[in-house]
Design a protein around this ligand. Sequence first.
Ligand code: HSE
Length: 326
Amino acid sequence: MKIALVGFGNVGSAFIELLYEQREHLAKQYKFKPKVIAVIARRGTALSKTGFKRAADVKFDGKAILYEKAIRDAEVIVEVTPTDVQTGGIALEHCRVALKMGKHVVTANKGPLVVAYRELEKLARQKKVQLRFEGTVMGGIPSMILGLDVMSIANIQEVRGIFNSTTNFILAEMESGRTYADALKTAQERGYAETDPTADVEGWDAAAKAAIIANTLMGGDLRINDVDREGITKITPQMITDAKEKNSRWKLIANVKRTDSGVTASARPMLLSYDDPLAQVNGAASALTYFTDVLAPITLIGSGAGGKATSFALLTDLIRIHVGNG
Ligand code: HSE
């Protein structure tokens, strides 16, 4: 499988390393031999006919190459540039162009999905290629495959969870006495936080994931500003201490619900008592619960962020394309 990787930050380089690390297992188990033949980044384009083995092999020559030309020989585009959930940003154009050229698109970028899911999905159908996005909603938790498959069959009525690792980590660290700024710095160092951490702490990231769930799993058509959103920046150390005295914790809770007037979504801080299962999801973990018509609630808990977890989500999408499982 010839891949063009678009974006070469934390996730992009971790993705190449993961392919290298798992190469024997993937070849043996799936006869899957991926080759990253192009890496397109802000600083230039790097091309390799034989494929880049390690992240350190990727060298940009600084020459500008037209995007269409750089991805011409690839079968799949892996899009991991920074997210813009208001406009979709350049990533939206990357996805559009690639799909129009008849290439599969695998993305961890929330922007295109929030802004133009229906358009992109239609384009993929017309071109008979796949648009896959497991990495957009908590890379370390297989939320989309389960949601698109089993949970959809059971008819999803509501999804609730902790969709953002950075804020969950900050709140837990503040509870153990660290300052907000200090905890945020660690989240950035460990690669949980978005390129611009305002996206995490003001609730944009959780809201975007809620919109993606609404749009892709529940037939909604929400944009980011349709999500009722509030971040964690108004939560003070005092509020955290007060909560503790009442055996409670502040959590940034996302919720997507079917109502009589359509699908609604929110992402805002809530005070949960210790006996709420989500109150026990601590550190950089994240979680989501599916409420369906048929099954009892199903909760997934995992580590939702970081380069490796997100790369793994990209890899699962690539394997599905490889085995021809639409
Ligand atoms: N910044 C995100 C988080 C990364 O903290 O959850 C995954 O989208």
